[in-house]
Design a protein around this ligand. Structure first.
Ligand SMILES: N[C@@H](CCC(=O)N[C@@H](CS)C(=O)NCC(=O)O)C(=O)O
Length: 208
């Protein structure tokens, strides 16, 4: 039987989806690409996701899913028993949606505009400022997330897909040391995720 294909780049947001698929026990194939403009695999990535971003997914029926949160919904539908998203009627469901949207719509784009600043700003000084301002903004956003984390998982007693975002994202700027010092609850969530079956392998494969 054809499996879901996950397209990713080592160390990127595919780590979130790999963790979810493995935790939910869904078999999948994986294809590594490099999203850089001069990469030989960029054309392949663009053929699936015209935005040129990973993760991207091709479902067994050929349908394309881009956007990590859409993938998590797909996985949750396939394996509701994994409880990656609080069920309908659960008071934690709107809380989940608020923070999942915050992670993908507020925090993730700071990398879109701060990673390769030459895409957005032509002069060197402006590019440097954009890198710094997005870095600063991201730290403030993470402080807000830290303030809302219940512990031991973000929503409280049970792991959710929010934790599958938080764990890989602690490896991205501002980095593990910053989280340990400034966002100890989020750092503890990442540590707990590192010891969770399936999620542990996804983190190890992506971040060593
Ligand atoms: N909203 C997307 C964001 C994906 C994203 O920004 N991925 C990064 C890698 S972690 C990427 O592909 N960056 C290259 C680019 O934006 O051109 C999601 O949640 O899946």
């Amino acid at each position: 039987m054809k499996k879901t294909l996950l397209i990713g780049s080592k160390g990127c947001g595919n780590a979130i989806v790999e963790g979810a698929l493995a935790f939910a026990g869904i078999p999948y194939d994986y294809e590594e690409v490099d999203y850089a403009a001069d990469s030989p695999t960029r054309a392949r990535l663009l053929s699936v996701n015209p935005l040129g971003q990973v993760p991207a997914m091709v479902l067994p029926d050929g349908a394309v899913v881009t956007e990590s949160l859409a993938m998590l919904h797909y996985i949750d539908d396939l394996a509701p028993g994994a409880k990656l998203i609080p069920a309908r009627g659960d008071p934690l469901r709107p809380v989940f949606y608020r923070w999942a949207a915050f992670l993908v719509a507020a925090i993730y784009p700071t990398f879109t505009y701060g990673d390769d600043t030459s895409k957005w700003v032509a002069n060197e000084e402006g590019a440097k400022q954009l890198r710094e301002s997005t870095n600063r903004h991201r730290e403030n956003l993470w402080r807000q997330v830290e303030g809302e984390a219940k512990g031991p998982w973000f929503l409280g007693g049970a792991m959710s897909a929010l934790d599958l975002y938080i764990a890989p994202m602690t490896y991205w700027r501002p980095g593990r040391k910053w989280f340990a010092a400034n966002a100890p609850k989020l750092f503890a969530i990442a540590e707990k995720a590192s010891a969770t079956p399936g999620v542990a392998d996804a983190l190890k494969r992506n971040f060593g």
